[in-house]
Write a protein that binds this ligand. Structure first.
Ligand code: AHR
Length: 504
């Protein structure tokens, strides 16, 4: 790579294994399966599909989920969980009831429930993260579900699980105490005080059955919620000693053609994380507690929510209608990469996260009913980060050009993080410029002698290019040949997600 001309902007950063943030958390790479649209039915579950196994799980989706590098899967919702009766989804399939799903105005056939999910999770090699219904239900039903899942045998509900074919307990460690209870759209929406009390009593009782479970209290559904900050403070006042995590949810979309702001939306996620950390630590100080509450960013993604809100809900209560089927383009994938960079940069406090969702519903994997499955553009940054982020997260403090955005003011053009393991140091970098490449100079002296193992870029001439069933490989990472070693310098194309892997 020749030295860039004076007209190419340059950014610089230093990689030093001494500048550690925290270990890379495998749970950063969680996703989400909700009974919503075609996520479950014709997504993970489709008996009769040519690739379906004996349990009716789509083999093509299972394979893609493994390739995506998913660590954890949150289930069964989402808004759905706030009206869900878990016992409808267990036992002989032919006697399971069909129910109205008020959250998504659909009919839930209950062909897939907690036992099917656990079987699927084992096949996918993922850790389950189960949510209980604190919308229409409460302490008793949460206890019933926990008994059904985690008690080995010898009680009514654990024996029911055994009779339903699951001899071993499901042994689920991570539990969400409801979903988005701050949102007026939520069935059983509550004030912070009402929810905090209910979450505390549910947590206290659940720990009487299984003291080692990890519990997530609902935080805010977004940083623009009118109760943001106050909600977390009140909920944690009620639950501090009883829970391990407070949740965060955030979705982003390009608004009115403002690509510059959209590419910088991780700025909001940064503000979200630092505000919730400050609030949790404020409650800790007031409680005189030494315990630290971590953040579970258990819903995050690009979601064209305004388009969804502009649509009429389905009228006739369909089963598994196509809902929230966003078809992602290159810029969406670059934003997703930037959001992942933010989560990794905060691995000291964000110790779990779920990309919402896994398949068909605002998802990295798309399927045709009865047909093909393919990788959306957003699949790639997630899969690359999950595969190559190992060891410790390193603090990198880039210097370089800034640009002005309508939503967030001045924002750095480069957004980056690095991870460091014994055999590999990996740099993840986004160039947010919509017009210019960025020359990135990396000081690697603290790493000793290293060489570039691989450099890839996800970029292209059309930032709105998408993958489809017919062109599944249109947007995918390609080798980046614009790189030189000693000193390390790499050219990042405009609107790009980049992975630079260094080894000995
Ligand atoms: O992921 C889609 C929906 O977004 C979830 O059901 C809800 O929790 C959030 O508002």
């Amino acid at each position: 790579m020749p030295a860039p001309g004076p007209e190419v902007p340059t950014a610089r950063l230093t990689l030093d294994p001494a500048f550690r943030v925290a270990p890379v958390r495998r749970r950063t790479f969680g996703t989400f399966v909700e009974h919503l649209g075609r996520c479950v039915y014709t997504g993970v579950y489709e008996p009769g599909h040519p690739t379906a196994d004996e349990d009716g799980f789509r083999g093509d989706v299972l394979e893609l989920a493994r390739e995506l590098g998913v660590s954890t899967v949150r289930y069964p919702g989402g808004n759905f969980v706030s009206g869900y009766r878990w016992e409808d989804g267990v036992g002989p399939v032919e006697s399971r009831p069909r129910r109205l799903d008020l959250a998504w105005h659909s009919t839930e056939p209950n062909l897939f429930g907690v036992d099917e999910f656990m079987r699927w999770a084992r096949k996918a090699g993922v850790e389950p993260m189960m949510a209980v219904n604190l919308g229409t239900r409460g302490v008793a039903e949460a206890l019933d579900l926990l008994e059904y899942c985690n008690v080995p045998s010898g009680t009514a509900l654990s024996d029911m699980r055994v009779a339903n074919g699951a001899k071993e307990p499901h042994d689920i460690r991570m539990w969400c105490l409801g979903n988005e209870m701050d949102g007026p759209w939520q069935i059983g929406h509550k004030t912070a005080r009402e929810y905090g009390r209910l979450a505390a009593e549910t947590a206290r009782a659940m720990r009487m059955i299984d003291r080692d479970i990890e519990l997530v209290a609902c935080g805010s559904s977004g940083s623009s919620m009118p109760t943001f900050g106050a909600w977390e403070a009140t909920v944690l006042e009620e639950t501090y000693d009883l829970v391990d995590f407070i949740s965060c949810h955030a979705y982003y979309e390009e608004k009115e053609g403002d690509l510059g702001s959209f590419l910088a939306c991780a700025t909001d996620m940064e503000h979200f994380i630092s505000s919730v950390v400050a609030t949790a630590d404020h409650v800790r100080a007031r409680n005189g507690s030494s315990k630290r509450i971590d953040l579970s960013f258990d819903e995050w993604n690009v979601w064209y929510l305004s388009r969804f809100q502009a649509q009429e809900p389905p009228r006739d209560w369909p089963v598994a209608p196509p809902l929230l089927e966003d078809h992602y383009h290159l810029a969406d994938a670059v934003v997703l990469g930037s959001l992942l960079i933010t989560l990794l940069r905060h691995s000291d406090r964000v110790t779990a996260a779920c990309l919402a969702q896994l398949v068909n519903v605002i998802a990295p994997i798309m399927t045709e009913p009865g047909g093909r499955a393919w990788r959306q553009t957003t699949f790639h940054p997630f899969a690359q980060a999950s595969a190559h982020a190992r060891g410790e997260v390193l603090r990198v403090e880039p210097s370089g050009p800034l640009y002005e955005t309508a939503e967030f003011g001045e924002v750095p053009v480069l957004h980056a993080v690095a991870t460091h393991a014994e055999d590999e140091t990996t740099l993840f970098a986004v160039n947010r410029s919509t017009s210019a490449p960025l020359s990135l100079e990396v000081d690697t002296r603290a790493l000793g002698a290293v060489r570039v193992i691989e450099a890839t870029t996800l970029s292209g001439p059309d930032v709105y290019a998408r993958n489809t069933a017919d062109s599944p490989g249109r947007v995918a990472p390609r080798p980046n040949a614009d790189i030189q070693q000693d000193p390390l310098r790499v050219l990042l194309p405009p609107v790009s997600w980049n992975v630079i892997r260094l080894g000995r």
